[in-house]
Design a binder for this molecule. Structure first.
Ligand code: NAD
Ligand code: UD1
Length: 339
C-alpha cells in the first residue's frame, strides 16, 4: 500500500490504522507540511514503522521507480496543499501540487497497472448546498477558492479516468471537518504558523500561544448566529479509510462517500465544549464574517453506513479531550519544546 502525504495529520493516523491492521505501508511525502517525527511516533504506538521515501508526487521518475521496486496494490492519496487563504495568493502552486501532482500519480499508477485509489476530497466540493444534510448525490457546487476547486478538479479527472479505463476503482472520500488526535496524545494536527481552522486555533488560545479567538460572524441563520459544521474525529476518519479500501475490492468505477457524523455544532458550542474538556477558558470576540464561508454544513452519513458498514462513533467530548491532550502535551507540535 502506497500512502502519499502519510506523514501529515490525517495520513499519519491512517498509516497507524493500516499498520495495526497488519498492512505493509510505504509512505511518500515531501515533508512540505509535516515532519518525520509523526512517523517515529506511529512506530512508538504500534511497534512497526512504515517504509518511508522523502519525495514528491510530481516526480514521475521517482514514482515509476517506487512502483517497479515495491509491491504496491493500492494507493491512498493524501498529499496536497490545504491552506485556503494561501491558495488564493498562490493558485498555480496549488493547482500544480494538487491537480498536476494527482495527474502524475495516476499516470504512474496506470503505467504500473495499479488501479485502486482512495482520494482525500472535501465537503467543499458541494459549494453552497441547497439543503442539509448533504447527500452524495447532491450536485457538486462552486467552491469559493482555488484549494476547493483543485479538489473538485481532481474528482472530475478521476471520473473521466474511470470512464476511459474500467479497471480503475476509486473512492472519493469527502471529509467534513476533521479534528481530534490519537487518544495517546502522541500524534495530532501540527499546523505551521497561525492556524486557519477553528479547533487548532481554539486549542492554541487555550494553551496560551494565542490571545483570543475571532469568531467569524454571529449573524448567520443558525442556532446561535455562528457558523455550523460537522466535526469528525480523525480516528473515525481513519476507520472510514480502511473500510473504504476494503469495499473497493468489490467495486468498480468511482464511489463517493461522505465522511461526517451527521451532526453540526456552532462555533460557540465548540468553544464551550472545549472549555469543559480542558478546564481552560477560551477568550473570544465577535469579528466580521470570513469571505467564502457558508452558514452551515453537515453530512448525511447514511450511505457510508449502508455501503461500508462505517459510522462515526466518537462524540464531541471525546474530540475535545483528545485535541486537548495532544495540544497540552505538545504545545509546539512535533518541534522540540523551546527552552
Ligand atoms: P497535511 O498537510 O497534514 O498532510 C498533507 C501531507 O502531504 C503533508 O505531510 C505534506 O508534507 C504532504 N505533501 C504536500 N504536497 C506534497 C507533494 N507534492 N508530494 C508529496 N507530499 C506532499 O494535511 P491533512 O489535514 O492531513 O490533509 C490530508 C488530505 O486531506 C489533503 O489532501 C487535504 O486537502 C485533504 N483534506 C483535509 C481536510 C482537513 O481539514 N484537514 C479536509 C478535507 C480534505
Ligand atoms: C475550511 C475551508 C475548507 C476546508 C476546511 C477543512 C474556508 C472558506 N473553507 O472550512 O475549504 O476544506 O476548512 O480544512 O476556509 N471560525 C472562526 N474563527 C476562526 C476559524 C474558524 O469563527 O479563527 C469558524 C468559521 O467561520 C466556520 C467554523 O469556524 O464557521 C469552521 O471553520 P474552519 O475550521 O476554517 O472550517 P471550514 O470553514 O468548514
Amino acid at each position: 500500500m502506497l500512502v502519499t502525504g502519510g506523514a501529515g495529520y490525517i495520513g499519519s493516523h491512517v498509516v497507524l490504522a493500516l499498520l495495526e491492521a497488519g498492512q505493509d505501508v510505504l509512505v511518500l511525502d515531501n515533508l512540505s507540511n509535516s515532519s518525520l517525527e509523526s512517523l517515529a511516533r506511529v512506530e512508538r504506538l504500534c511497534g512497526r514503522a512504515p517504509r518511508f521515501v522523502e519525495g514528491d508526487i510530481r516526480d514521475r521518475a521517482l514514482l515509476d521507480r517506487l512502483f517497479a521496486e515495491q509491491r504496491i496494490g493500492a494507493v491512498m492519496h493524501f498529499a496536497g496543499l490545504k491552506a485556503v487563504g494561501e491558495s488564493v495568493q498562490q493558485p498555480l502552486r496549488y493547482y500544480e501540487n494538487n491537480v498536476a501532482g494527482s495527474v502524475t500519480l495516476c499516470q504512474a499508477m496506470a503505467a504500473a497497472g495499479v488501479f485502486r485509489l482512495v482520494f482525500s476530497s472535501s465537503a467543499t466540493v458541494y459549494g453552497e448546498p441547497p439543503q442539509m444534510p448533504i447527500r452524495e448525490d447532491f450536485p457538486t457546487g462552486t467552491p469559493t477558492n482555488p484549494y476547493g476547486r483543485s479538489k473538485l478538479m481532481v474528482e472530475e479527472i478521476l471520473r473521466d479516468l474511470s470512464l476511459s479505463e474500467p479497471r480503475w476503482n476509486i473512492a472519493l472520500l469527502r471529509y467534513f471537518n476533521p479534528v481530534g488526535a490519537h487518544p495517546s496524545g502522541l500524534i495530532g494536527e501540527d499546523p505551521q504558523g497561525i492556524p486557519n481552522n477553528l479547533l487548532p486555533y481554539i486549542s492554541q488560545v487555550a494553551v496560551g500561544k494565542l490571545k483570543e479567538l475571532a469568531v467569524f460572524g454571529d449573524d448567520y441563520p443558525t442556532v446561535d448566529g455562528t457558523g455550523v459544521r460537522d466535526y469528525i474525529h480523525v480516528m473515525d476518519l481513519a476507520d472510514g479509510h480502511l473500510k473504504a479500501l476494503a469495499a473497493l475490492a468489490e467495486r468498480n468505477g468511482v464511489n463517493v462517500w461522505n465522511l461526517g457524523t451527521g451532526t453540526g455544532y456552532s462555533v460557540l458550542q465548540m468553544i464551550h465544549a472545549f472549555e469543559q474538556a480542558s478546564g481552560r477558558s477560551v477568550p473570544y470576540r465577535i469579528a466580521p464574517r470570513r469571505a467564502g464561508d457558508i452558514a452551515e454544513c453537515w453530512a448525511d452519513p447514511a450511505l457510508a453506513e449502508q455501503e461500508l458498514g462505517w459510522k462515526a462513533r466518537r462524540g464531541l467530548a471525546e474530540m475535545m479531550a483528545d485535541t486537548w491532550r495532544w495540544q497540552s502535551n505538545n504545545p509546539d507540535g512535533y518541534r522540540p519544546a523551546s527552552a
